[in-house]
Ligand binder design. Structure first.
Ligand code: PLP
Length: 293
């Protein structure tokens, strides 16, 4: 993802190619901060409130001051304005040329030794790989997360369920999957439950019932999953939050990875084996994608 717009939480517009942080900023030194990734589609910021709510919960989990929502909303608006202004420049990446924009919000604890938190936002285009995965689906490996599914409430210091800047493990899991010829990962717990992807929520179909694992398992509450369940519930699907067994994925009516930018990607292959019922699963995917749109 190439960053084309950078805006400070104070509203200052920065050169996207220039250094932004002090060398001792705790985002860089410790991964000590939180972030959110939002999709702007056809000029609409999707799930803005849900993202800001989650950012506030993540910040609370890290003991950071409560984010100033109005400042973040203004910051998002400035990213969009800058994006629109640069339309047609440098290969036509702006709103006039592309209907989608990825906005990332980043909040660091600030500089080592004490300072106010550092906040900034970036604007980037949606990559072709993302568009591909929405269409074609993904091949996924189940990988052990190494934690039991009931650990989160006993171990708040692990920050399970907070969207922290410490994503190195998640990125390593993705690289591991790619090295083995897959696109993505579903993490499983030591007691055999489905958790989440490194950057996505898992949803499974049991007939016309959609099921997603509970946040009590230490997963991130997904804004896309919540939006899907709202829309699908109104469209007559039964939407359930409950334990999903890692073993049931091979035989589910359909399995998806959901996230703000990719939206909905069907899992077509699991641990190297093509999942059965590809046709009905693809039809269900198209139905849910249109509900989500
Ligand atoms: N789980 C993790 C670990 C994530 O990083 C993400 C998003 O990046 C999600 C789930 C999906 O969340 P959302 O749908 O709000 O993007």
């Amino acid at each position: 993802m190439t960053v084309r717009v950078v805006v400070g939480l104070d509203g200052a517009v920065h050169d996207p190619g220039a250094p932004l942080l002090a060398a001792d900023d705790l985002a860089a030194v410790r991964g000590d901060g939180v972030f959110e990734t939002l999709l702007v589609r056809d000029g609409v910021v999707r799930e803005e409130r849900a993202h800001l709510d989650r950012m506030a919960r993540s910040a609370a989990a890290l003991g950071l001051p409560e984010p100033d929502r109005d400042a973040w909303r203004r910051c998002i608006a400035t990213v969009r304005e800058q994006w629109a202004r640069t339309a047609g420049v440098g290969g036509g990446a702006g709103a006039g040329a592309a209907p989608e924009l990825v906005v990332r919000l980043l909040l660091s604890r600030g500089r080592e030794g004490g300072s106010t938190p550092t906040g900034w936002a970036t604007g980037s285009p949606v990559t072709p790989a993302v568009a591909d995965q929405r269409e074609a689906g993904v091949s996924v490996l189940r990988l052990e997360r190494g934690l039991p599914s009931d650990l989160a409430s006993r171990a708040p210091w692990l920050l399970l369920g907070a969207k922290t800047l410490s994503y190195a493990v998640n990125m390593a899991a993705l690289r591991h999957a790619v090295a083995l010829g897959a696109d993505d990962v579903i993490f499983t717990s030591t007691d055999g439950a489905v958790l989440e992807g490194p950057t996505s929520t898992v949803v499974v179909a049991r007939g016309r019932e959609l099921v997603t694992p509970p946040v009590e398992t230490g997963i991130l509450p997904g804004t896309t999953q919540q939006a899907l369940f709202r829309a699908a519930g109104q469209a007559g699907f039964t939407c359930t939050v409950g334990r999903v067994e890692a073993a049931e994925l091979t035989d589910a009516a359909a399995v998806w990875l959901l996230s703000s930018v990719r939206l909905l990607a069907r899992v077509h292959t699991l641990d190297g084996v093509v999942l059965p019922r590809a046709e009905p699963a693809a039809a269900l995917t198209a139905e849910l994608a249109s509900l989500l749109a």
